[in-house]
Design a protein. Structure first.
Length: 272
């Protein structure tokens, strides 16, 4: 089955949160967008496909609690349903990253359908994949783990830091999306680009935002995620920013982003 088809195997569109560069707020966006969607009553599954496992840690899962996770799913050692864990956030579930995931890159090379292992696991879940949204937190590099995520996804969501080389990195990522669309997943699209680490005191942030909007137009979300110390502090407490400080500017921004994501997904459903 191709992602996005309506044959009953999937109840949710799958969004891969991707950027080939590290330090752009990718995992922060994965954690807090997932939490914000859950906070408005959506049922959300977050798949941690980054060997660093920061999304799992940021949602309060200790290494001892993780058990089966993304690695076991990719290797065929566990079904997706067996690897799902409830988080402390109501309506939010996670397939965690374990230390084994760091070796998956080499092990996947020798497996059949190595680029489609995650897509196959999602399809095999069938009616058990009972979520409104499935988000995949990807590694900050183009590896087989990232390729698996994009091959499984209906769309990518791109966090983009407001910095000098932002457009150059974005161009590289869009070329990667085109290659995946051409060879592995013809249905893949860019759901949106979210500007992160925006500093309104910095003219560069304003210029980058204007340049990105000029380049991609409506693909760029209206919401921008500001630099915010409360968002940075939250992972050390094992909770999303929205739980750590619901009223801080970062939390407010992620709630706004969640509403935009829901509106875009609804528009796609209405147009289908």
């Amino acid at each position: 089955m191709m992602p996005g088809t309506l044959d009953g195997l999937r109840h949710a569109r799958v969004l891969a949160i991707v950027n080939q560069k590290g330090g752009v707020g990718k995992t922060t966006t994965a954690i807090n967008l997932a939490t914000a969607l859950a906070a408005v009553g959506e049922r959300v599954l977050l798949i941690d496909s980054d060997p660093q496992g920061n999304a799992s840690t940021g949602l309060g899962l200790s290494y001892d609690e993780r058990g089966a996770g993304t690695y076991q799913v990719l290797m065929g050692e566990a079904s997706l349903e067996e690897a799902v864990h409830q988080t402390k956030v109501p309506n939010l579930f996670i397939v965690p990253a374990t230390v084994d995931l760091s070796g998956a890159e080499l092990e996947l090379i020798d497996l059949d359908r190595r680029q489609h292992r995650l897509a196959d696991a999602l399809d095999a879940a069938g009616d058990a994949l009972d979520y409104d949204h499935v988000l995949i937190d990807c590694p900050p590099s183009l590896t087989l783990l990232t390729v698996n995520a994009m091959a499984a996804a209906d769309a990518v969501l791109v966090p983009l830091q407001c910095e000098f080389f932002a457009l150059e990195g974005l161009s590289q990522l869009l070329r990667t999306v085109e290659r995946v669309r051409g060879s592995l997943n013809p249905a893949l699209e860019v759901q949106g680009v979210v500007l992160t680490m925006f500093d309104k005191r910095n003219n560069l942030s304003e210029q980058v935002a204007a340049d990105v909007r000029g380049f991609l137009g409506e693909k760029v979300y209206d919401t921008v995620i500001p630099r915010n110390v409360r968002v940075s502090e939250a992972p050390s407490f094992g909770v999303p920013a929205l739980i750590y400080d619901f009223r801080c500017p970062g939390s407010t921004a992620y709630m706004s982003l969640a509403r935009e994501v829901i509106r875009r997904e609804q528009a796609l459903r209405d147009a289908a």
